[in-house]
Design a protein around this ligand. Structure first.
Ligand code: B12
Length: 317
């Protein structure tokens, strides 16, 4: 943090707690901001943040707030010792995030504490402030990749991954379709562009990873483009039936793992009587340089949102 001093909002984001929690800690336990510049609200210095981190960690471990505050007040440099974490609390565990920004760090901390309300708050703020693409690439993706690495290194924290995934799903599903009474990417209600969504988003056969597709559905919703988002592991026959019944302009199939990236799923989509204008393969599970003719590869969320919006909008006009 250097000499930088933080407002209450910035301090709360960095810690992954609500601003009201910081106020309570200030008023009841004396853990307030100490830097004062005339004409400005007080700011949290690095030493204040060290104390707050101790407070946050101990309260998350079940230590009573007054006791936690006493430990925290004895922590001027962040090198303070603290009581052992309560059994099962995983105290002191962190997700390594490299250069990720403060909101991503706050989300990672809230995820490791299994604090779903704090995660919801941070995700809601990130989507509102940065839009879906910004929230996904700057805040959500770094934390997902970090927790994936943590899992690979330790075989642990599957519970963190599941709760984080669940809250990300909730935040993305809550994005309404702009300019429409259609209810968002996971809704089946028709409306918006024409009478039925022209975009179909599906996970490949046996593929359980769906969050990037959910991000795409939310980014499209934000751009006013409704989509039908199927959940995990859509069998290829069911996908063909859905295409046959709804005649979409665009079908995006997500494969995260090479084991689910069999390209015949894509070939068959091109061979239906009324093929979609765009059949797209998205995700790292597809072969790197061997897609069937006529299949478009999508490599990032901004690219996918742009291309799908263009294809769906030109078909609807
Ligand atoms: C969340 C998660 C889960 C959740 C998924 C929940 C859900 N609703 O999606 C659950 C718990 C279900 C799960 C299950 C499993 N998982 Co998992 N999971 C993850 C995690 C943490 C995030 C997945 C994700 O959303 N990635 C998307 C972004 C964040 O990452 P990315 O794909 O690398 O992003 C690149 C591109 O895809 C692109 N991109 C990013 N976003 C978007 C969006 C669009 C639209 C586009 C076009 C591109 C794009 O940009 C990035 C840079 O190139 C990853 C870690 C990781 N690094 O991905 C592990 C990970 C993918 N899982 C892994 C594993 C091993 C599994 C399981 C096999 C575990 C098990 N033993 O059961 C099962 C898979 C079962 C199956 N058949 O699918 C491994 C895969 C290793 C490998 N390469 O083979 C990973 C990498 C974790 C790890 N490091 O070990 N998982």
């Amino acid at each position: 943090m250097g000499d930088e001093a933080l407002t209450a909002g910035a301090a709360a984001r960095r810690l992954g707690v609500a601003v009201t929690t910081l106020r309570t800690w200030h008023q009841r336990y004396g853990l307030g901001p100490s830097r004062h510049e005339p004409g400005h609200h007080r700011r949290y210095t690095r030493e204040d943040m060290d104390r707050l981190q101790v407070m946050q960690r101990l309260t998350a471990q079940g230590v009573a707030p007054a006791e936690a505050a006493a430990w925290a007040r004895g922590a001027p440099s962040g090198r303070v010792s603290s009581p052992d974490p309560a059994p099962g609390q995983g105290g002191g565990q962190v997700i390594a995030l490299g250069q990720a920004d403060a909101s991503a760090r706050g989300l990672a901390r809230a995820a490791m504490r299994l604090d779903a309300p704090a995660m919801r708050g941070l995700l809601g703020t990130a989507v509102a402030d940065r839009g879906v693409v910004g929230a996904w690439t700057e805040v959500i993706m770094p934390v997902l990749i970090g927790i994936g690495e943590r899992y690979a290194a330790t075989g642990r924290f599957i519970e963190v991954e599941h709760l984080l995934s669940r809250t990300v799903t909730e935040a993305l599903a809550a994005v309404p379709v702009a300019g429409s009474d259609w209810n968002g990417p996971s809704s089946g209600v028709f409306g918006g562009l024409g009478s039925s969504p022209l975009v179909l988003l599906a996970a490949a056969d046996e593929e359980q990873h769906t969050l990037p597709l959910e991000a795409l559905g939310a980014a499209l919703a934000e751009a006013g483009v409704p989509s039908r988002l199927f959940g995990a592991r859509l069998p290829p026959e069911a996908l063909l039936d859905a295409v046959d019944r709804t005649g979409p302009a665009v079908v995006v199939v997500w494969s995260q793992l090479p084991a689910t990236g069999a390209v015949d799923q894509l070939t068959r989509l091109r061979a239906v009587p009324r093929p979609p204008v765009v059949v797209a393969a998205a995700g790292p599970g597809w072969p790197p340089d061997d897609l069937p003719p006529g299949v478009t590869r999508l490599s990032s969320l901004p690219e996918a949102a742009r291309l799908v919006t263009t294809a769906a909008t030109s078909r609807s006009t």
